[in-house]
Design a protein. Structure first.
Length: 138
């Protein structure tokens, strides 16, 4: 099967919404067995997988936009909330979310450490830098 029919495409679209095969079959005018057969065609599988990926990608985009809105809300709270405590908590949340981390007395900036090896290297580097600075004081 080289090309999918309009009914197969419609069935794939309905499948990714969570609709049951039996209900899809009734809606598009085929038997449930036909839907079962289609589900074994590689082109049908590829289409449904691609449609699912597009759906997931659209949800991820919505979540990213929500994250931006949440950060803007926190920023507004940090700048203009009446309560000093609310401003402090919002500012702390922003710092926590932007990657400023504290570990074993050391402060790290950026996205944050991504592995134990990176953490060990960072601590070693910081200790060497501190040792060098301490030696320059005397």
């Amino acid at each position: 099967m080289d090309k999918l029919s309009p009914k197969q495409i419609q069935a794939a679209l309905l499948l990714i919404t969570g609709m049951k095969s039996k209900d899809i079959a009734t809606k598009i005018g085929v038997t449930p067995e036909t839907i079962s057969v289609w589900k074994r065609y590689k082109e049908f599988i590829f289409l449904t997988n691609n449609l699912r990926q597009e759906y997931v990608d659209s949800i991820v985009d919505k979540l990213r936009n929500s994250t931006i809105n949440a950060m803007e809300t926190l920023n507004n709270l940090a700048l203009s909330a009446e309560s000093e405590e609310t401003r402090r908590k919002a500012a702390k949340d922003i710092l926590d979310m932007t990657g400023i981390q504290k570990y074993d007395g050391y402060i790290y900036y950026g996205i944050g450490l991504k592995s134990e090896a990176e953490l060990a290297e960072k601590i070693k580097s910081d200790k060497a830098r501190k040792s060098l600075l301490d030696s320059l004081k005397y």
